[in-house]
Design a protein around this ligand. Structure first.
Ligand SMILES: Nc1ncnc2c1ncn2[C@@H]1O[C@H](COP(=O)(O)OP(=O)(O)OP(=O)(O)O)[C@@H](O)[C@H]1O
Length: 251
């Protein structure tokens, strides 16, 4: 469904470009394949390149070299608007841009010229799927907690029913009960709608609960790309904790 081939991403700061200096590497030699219905957790220490990888896949960043394919079509051959309809990113800090929840959920469909009735049906469906209470619909983002905003942002991404959903730390503002509930809902959705999900997650317990595959990044490189069932999770948690500790020491 999605294929990355030897993708590299280097910074190209203005000062570096002006002085003809090479940028420094953010992602190096990234190659992996995503299959339909995959639930992939992306983990790694701070600065490992997790967000940068999601941004590349959403085409907010362009690879310095290497190629990305969606269903065998090279990214550059796909108009960006179409690509973002099929591959949607929910960033860590989502904004509703002054809209009420009702307006924000309808907005992607209004942009696509849908009728009021079709919008209402689709929005109601996803509101129900993500268990968003009616009382939230008239609220703006300042009247929602960070976790509530995050849930609305995910629902807003799902109303256009993308093939691939990219989630950057969707559970960061949720308490453990709600985080776990969200992952169960997302898990069900991948089965019903065959949505493929790539999720950055710092909490390994949640990653373990959610994914069928794990991508471990370290300093911009893929250290491991493994089926969840093949992972010794206890051992992996210790290894990752040590790597995170080391990264914070170097920082
Ligand atoms: N626009 C940018 N310009 C320059 N450097 C950048 C830019 N974006 C990211 N970086 C650098 O790229 C590296 C990877 O950053 P990224 O945000 O992808 O890491 P991450 O794994 O998501 O980290 P975290 O877990 O802290 O969110 C970091 O060293 C960061 O400083």
């Amino acid at each position: 469904m999605l294929r990355l081939e030897q993708v590299n991403l280097f910074t190209r700061l203005k000062s570096q470009a002006q002085n003809n200096l090479p940028g420094y590497p953010i992602l190096q030699d990234i190659s992996f394949v995503v299959f339909p219905g995959d639930r992939i957790s992306i983990v790694g220490s701070a600065g490992a390149g997790k967000t940068s990888l999601l941004r590349l896949i959403n085409r907010l960043n362009e690879p310095t070299s290497g190629k990305i394919y969606l269903e065998n079509q090279e990214y550059h051959q796909i108009p960006v608007i179409q690509l973002r309809q099929e591959v949607t990113l929910v960033q860590q800090e989502s904004r509703l841009l002054g809209m009420t929840v009702r307006e924000a959920l309808a907005y992607p469909l209004v942009l696509r010229g849908w009728s009021k009735q079709k919008i209402q049906e689709r929005v109601s469906y996803w509101q129900e799927q993500l268990q968003i209470p009616d009382q939230w619909l008239g609220r703006t983002e300042v009247q929602l907690s960070a976790g509530q905003r995050q849930l609305v942002a995910i629902a807003r991404a799902l109303v256009i029913q993308p093939k691939i959903l990219l989630l950057d730390e969707p559970t960061f503002a949720l308490d453990p009960g709600n985080a776990s509930r969200l992952l169960i809902i997302l898990n069900q959705l991948t089965q019903i709608h065959k949505t493929t999900i790539l999720m950055v997650n710092h909490q390994l317990d949640l990653a373990q609960q959610f994914c069928n595959r794990l991508l471990h990044l370290q300093q911009g490189q893929i250290l491991a790309n493994q089926q969840s069932s093949e992972i010794n999770w206890e051992e992996f948690k210790t290894t990752l904790m040590q790597a995170q500790y080391q990264a914070s020491e170097e920082w």
